[in-house]
Design a protein around this ligand. Structure first.
Ligand SMILES: NC(=O)C1=CN([C@@H]2O[C@H](COP(=O)(O)OP(=O)(O)OC[C@H]3O[C@@H](n4cnc5c(N)ncnc54)[C@H](O)[C@@H]3O)[C@@H](O)[C@H]2O)C=CC1
Ligand SMILES: Nc1nc(O)c(N)c(N[C@@H]2O[C@H](COP(=O)(O)O)[C@@H](O)[C@H]2O)n1
Length: 275
């Protein structure tokens, strides 16, 4: 067994089940979108990291194992390019029984998805994600970009490892931002046969996702809360305030079907945005 294998007891899995994609999930119809779980670890002051460039450990061992269980239950795991640059992440599943961790082939290994509209991620094949793909312990990434012709050297590295660029056009969203429209991103993933995706972050990804136009596409929210304050200046989760046509503040959004579960010193909160 690989040295970094994680264990997540069956007894801890039960409470997560209502918030996870069904095991026999099959997408039906041309417009079907993947089951989408928003999941991240936050401090008590709603921060993901000490600064945009800093890999910051928030989850304790038990909630980290839970995150890897979530990875085993989704076809894909999505992050923004800011996180790819800051963290050099593996984005594989290191739980006992997953492919490369006692399991066969790439069973239980999610497809990493990097949202990089301008194709600015300057990766080499020494990045952890490609090392894991070469070792048979993870999949190579698909990169969502708006660039018509991404750099040929990057495309070659991706293709050598089984990854690729996927082109999605930019649009002005209802909040007036010019960027990727999340429904288009999710549609592109569905077209690749990816029936479920967990969106991990970072701040820009989560804040742009957490606006009312996207609530119908977020199937579940699973958040690890760590008992620490990072202090001002970090990467904050705090979506744009919403106003109605008269300029009045729309009451803030509350999760529904909320469940809490302690994992070591952390607590994990699950809920839904849509009824
Ligand atoms: N605690 C946790 O669970 C996690 C922490 N992080 C942390 O978050 C930090 C990175 O966060 P950020 O700097 O905010 O970067 P990010 O990972 O959110 O990536 C930001 C970039 O993604 C692209 N992007 C995101 N949403 C877009 C949209 N709707 N349309 C077009 N482009 C879009 C843009 O190029 C943008 O510059 C890192 O320090 C990382 O360690 C990241 C993931 C999870
Ligand atoms: N669940 C969770 N807890 C934390 O404390 C974190 N810092 C993160 N970060 C996310 O996990 C990615 C790292 O993945 P690998 O361990 O390299 O596979 C990182 O890029 C963030 O997306 N998550």
């Amino acid at each position: 067994m690989a040295r970094d294998t994680l264990y997540f007891p069956a007894s801890d899995r039960l409470f997560l089940e209502p918030y996870l994609p069904p095991k026999d999930l099959a997408l039906s119809g041309a417009d079907a979108l993947p089951f989408t779980t928003l999941t991240f670890a936050t401090s008590l002051d709603s921060q993901l990291a000490l600064s945009p460039g800093a890999r910051t450990v928030l989850s304790g061992p038990q909630s980290k194992a839970m995150t890897h269980y979530l990875r085993s239950r989704h076809d894909a795991i999505l992050i923004g390019v800011g996180t790819a640059v800051a963290d050099n992440p593996g984005l594989n599943c290191r739980i006992e029984g997953a492919g490369g961790y006692g399991g066969d082939g790439l069973e239980g290994q999610p497809r990493p998805i990097i949202v990089d509209p301008k194709a600015r991620w300057d990766f080499t094949e020494n990045q952890k994600i490609f090392e894991l793909a070469r070792d048979g312990r993870g999949k190579a990434p698909f990169i969502i970009t708006a660039v018509e012709t991404p750099p040929a050297d990057k495309e070659a590295i991706l293709e050598k490892h089984g990854g690729k660029f996927i082109r999605v056009g930019l649009k002005t969203t209802v909040t007036g931002e010019y960027g990727l429209y999340w429904k288009d991103v999710l549609k592109a993933l569905a077209a690749e046969g990816l029936g479920s995706v967990m969106i991990e972050g970072g701040g820009a990804v989560i804040n742009s996702l957490l606006v009312p136009e996207n609530f119908e596409v977020i199937s579940s929210v699973i958040i690890t809360i760590a008992p620490t304050w990072l202090g001002r200046g970090g990467v904050v989760v705090s979506p744009e305030r919403q106003f109605d046509g008269n300029g009045s503040l729309v009451p803030s959004t509350r999760l529904k079907n909320v469940m809490w579960h302690p994992f070591g010193e952390d607590v994990v909160m699950c809920g839904n945005l849509k009824v």
